[in-house]
Ligand binder design. Structure first.
Ligand code: PSU
Ligand code: MN
Length: 312
């Protein structure tokens, strides 16, 4: 750890695994504070952490609690965060604000990548990343997650870009920023709740070892940044694109009518879509996070094996 060390608490099991070069998987916490309702959020987090342990890796949920950057969150603190209504949503722009002001907040993909990279955690599992919002040509709403992928050397496993985003524009920005997007076992870019979007996956890999080798090669070449591994939701859990598209359009129209924008937009859309699908979108969201956690653990194992078990 470098500069962040003075502001961070590393959970002992995470510190031990990092010191011994054992596999660790980072997890974000905005999904807890802003992405899913209580108590499903906490049940999901507990199940995902258990799954990562079962897959032979150590989970490190990242969050800010009372001004401390937590790298690995004990269960009681995670529960408190998942329940708290007043937690901030923290990205690169305001991570340090929460630390300076002694506040608590969930970390987005961008802020979680910053913390993971500083702690030496190479792999991170989430549901979906932020991206270019539909209508960005007038709103300029492009998630800081995309810039962070170009900066921090972390492999992010997601179920693609959520269909509340403009997937085509999101792929264009990632290409411009030099971020590899790898379809895992697929030639088609997945769309979060659905296995297929109308877009091709720019690259394809089929094994955790291949993903580990690709990222190691990027680092050996001195190329900064991480990569996005797009892992399609399991078939049994997917919602067909046509069904979800209808609900997305309705939620989007409502956001526009009510003037919802900025940081509030993604949480608003997610919440409306859960309601419009009678909870089906939440069940799919939980299933795909678990699926991503499993793959992230396998990639973390492959990276640890390739680095000979020694610390990175
Ligand atoms: N997608 C989800 N659930 C989430 C998020 C995205 O399905 O909880 C969160 C992630 O933390 C992501 C953030 O990093 O939203 C992006 O927010 P914004 O678009 O404001 O950058
Ligand atoms: Mn935004």
């Amino acid at each position: 750890m470098t500069a962040l060390a003075a502001f961070a608490d590393i959970h002992p099991p995470v510190a031990a695994a990092l010191a011994e070069g054992r596999p660790v998987v980072a997890l974000e916490s905005t999904i807890l504070t802003h992405g899913m309702p209580w108590p499903d959020n906490e049940a999901m987090a507990e199940a995902v952490e258990a799954l990562i342990v079962a897959e032979g890796a150590v989970p490190a949920t990242i969050a800010v609690v009372d001004g401390r950057l937590k790298i690995g969150l004990p269960g009681d603190q995670r529960r408190r965060l998942a329940r708290a209504g007043a937690a901030m949503k923290l990205s690169r722009a305001d991570l340090a604000f929460a630390i300076a002001e002694g506040r608590s907040g969930g970390t987005t993909v961008a802020a979680t990548m910053i913390a993971a990279a500083t702690a030496g955690i190479a792999v991170f599992a989430t549901g979906g990343i932020g991206g270019v919002h539909r209508g960005a040509e007038t709103s300029f709403d492009v998630s800081a997650d995309l810039d962070e992928l170009a900066r921090s050397p972390v492999v992010v496993v997601s179920a693609g870009a959520k269909a509340i985003l403009d997937i085509g524009k999101t792929l264009e920005v990632l290409e411009t920023r030099g971020v590899p997007v790898v379809g895992y076992g697929t030639d088609t870019m997945p769309a979060f709740w659905s296995r297929r979007s109308p877009f091709a996956a720019p690259l394809r890999l089929d094994t955790p070892e291949a993903v580990a080798r690709f990222q190691a090669t990027r680092r050996a070449l001195g190329l900064a940044g991480g990569m996005l591994v797009a892992n399609p939701v399991p078939e049994a859990d997917e919602i067909p694109a046509a069904t979800i598209d209808r609900h997305i359009a309705a939620a989007q129209a409502e956001a526009e009518r009510r003037g919802v924008g900025g940081k509030a937009l993604t949480p608003f859309l997610l919440e409306r879509i859960v309601a419009l699908t009678d909870g089906a979108s939440l069940a799919t969201n939980i299933a795909l996070v678990k699926n991503n956690a499993r793959l992230a653990a396998a990639i973390a194992r492959a990276i640890a094996a390739a680095t000979d078990g020694g610390p990175a």
